[in-house]
Write a protein that binds this ligand. Structure first.
Ligand SMILES: [Zn+2]
Ligand SMILES: [Zn+2]
Length: 456
């Protein structure tokens, strides 16, 4: 059964007639989405159709203003709209609340809506500012680099930490494949990394439904597989940055992003590989060391380690798990608390425990999960058949010039070890790392990967 209808009409992407019997409450996002070549010169029509109003505040950075913002502004003016412009100062703008305050100070009474022209940081800042100013906003995306254009949260830099802040979803999202093709190759690589990791997320989500009572949504599963197939069948086009390739990649990222709005949480798009990426970024910001690659590239690297974890879980004999050995080797609540606090920057470990009441499970629950995982193992192997081989993913990423392991990305051995062992506790989302941990196998598996890292 198809769980939804997806219609493309003159570049407008419409999802409707959601049909899913799972326990999630499904919502059709109130968002107009366009992916069309030439949109840079015709976007005023979309803005009028979306009813955003007459007076825009356009937010861009130096690069995106030059690349697309100036033309977009002209198109709005030609169409009879008013368009003020705020170009973010400097070359490396951080998404801080202070910067958002400056944007908000440009939102005068006569501004009806904001429009961001850019990718990650510009979109995050505009979303946050629109929320603070209580105005609707539109997005003109300039790179197919991540799945967060549809997001309701912004990743903000607050007090030396990246914190996800509630904003609001864009009312209108627009992409022009010809503009996307001008973004540097590593931005598309980042989009591909963020997307490919969804194979692992889907398998982890099913594991979570068996072991930890998470509710797997077949509708989201189908949308994600559609997105993944679209990306996989256009890798050559994406590499050559044809308009068809750019359209396929951004459409896949948007479809993935929509699942978050449909079930109103990020479980469909993120698992432990996202926690790893977040951890590396957080450690760099809080404790220094080499800068880490962009979000999607770190997610892609995390995903490769997860693929090895899945391989190890597939090959494990779960009927022969020595439960007594697992029970004895478990950390106590206090030991685990100390361990997490030691791995994360000061204060972050405590926040994780506060935000995530399930970070520690007792032995009876652990034992129950071992039995549940053992009973599921045969079906797990079938469900995990959607996963690509790690070597295949490495080859694909290499074609994009992406690093494929932590040491190539400037991530230290210690930060890799911590990512493999303790980022599973970062959010409540279940993952292959959590399953291995409950089976008493995680340390051994992580150790094998760390050894392999050295020998490569
Ligand atoms: Zn992501
Ligand atoms: Zn569902």
């Amino acid at each position: 059964m198809k769980h939804f209808d997806l219609i493309k009409k003159n570049g407008k992407l419409i999802i409707e007639n959601l049909r899913c019997g799972c326990a999630h409450d499904h919502t059709i996002p109130d968002m107009d989405i366009y992916i069309r070549t030439g949109l840079l010169d015709t976007c005023a029509e979309c803005i009028k159709d979306s009813g955003l109003g007459q007076n825009a505040l356009l937010v861009a950075d130096n690069t995106t203003y030059r690349l697309a913002g100036a033309k977009l502004q002209q198109n709005l003016i030609n169409a009879g709209l008013n368009c003020r412009v705020f170009v973010l100062p400097g070359d490396n703008v951080e998404p801080t609340p202070e910067m958002a305050d400056i944007i908000v100070s440009h939102v005068k009474d006569d501004v009806d809506f904001l429009i961001s022209v850019g990718s990650g940081v510009v979109t995050d800042l505009t979303r946050y500012s629109a929320h603070m100013a209580d105005k609707p906003f539109a997005v003109f995306g300039t790179a197919a680099s991540m799945d967060g254009y549809t997001s309701i949260t912004s990743s903000m830099m607050i007090g030396g930490m990246k914190i996800s802040k509630y904003g609001k979803a864009a009312r209108l999202i627009m992409f022009d494949p010809a503009v996307l093709a001008t973004a540097p190759m590593l931005m598309q690589a980042s989009g591909v990394g963020d997307l490919m990791a969804k194979y692992g997320v889907l398998v982890d989500w099913k594991l979570g439904s068996v072991a930890a009572g998470e509710v797997f949504c077949p509708l989201c599963g189908e949308l994600l597989m559609m997105a993944l197939d679209k990306c996989a069948s256009h890798i050559d086009d994406i590499l050559s940055r044809t308009e068809e390739g750019m359209e396929a990649l951004i459409e896949a990222l948007i479809l993935a992003g929509l699942t978050v709005l449909i079930v109103k949480n990020t479980r469909p798009v993120a698992s432990v590989e996202h926690n790893m990426a977040h951890y590396w970024d957080m450690m760099h910001v809080a404790c220094g060391g080499s800068p880490v690659p962009s979000h999607g590239i770190c997610v892609g690297i995390g995903f490769i380690y997860c693929l090895y974890f899945h391989e190890m879980l597939k090959n494990a004999d779960l009927r022969r798990i020595d439960k007594e050995r697992v029970r004895i080797s478990r950390m106590t609540r206090q030991q685990k608390k100390d361990y997490i606090c030691a791995c994360y920057p000061p204060g972050a470990g405590e926040d994780i425990m506060e935000a995530n009441e399930e970070w520690y499970i007792d032995w009876p629950e652990n034992e129950r999960r071992i039995d549940a995982l053992a009973a599921y193992h045969e079906q797990y192997i079938k469900d995990a058949a959607i996963l690509p081989e790690a070597e295949q993913v490495i080859k694909c990423f290499e074609r994009f010039g992406m690093p494929t392991k932590a040491s190539q990305a400037g991530i230290s051995h210690e930060r890799l070890r911590n990512a493999l062992l303790c980022t599973k506790d970062f959010r409540r989302r279940y993952s292959v790392a959590q399953a291995l941990s409950e089976l008493g196998l995680l340390e051994e598996c992580a150790f094998k990967l760390l050894e392999r890292e050295n020998s490569l």
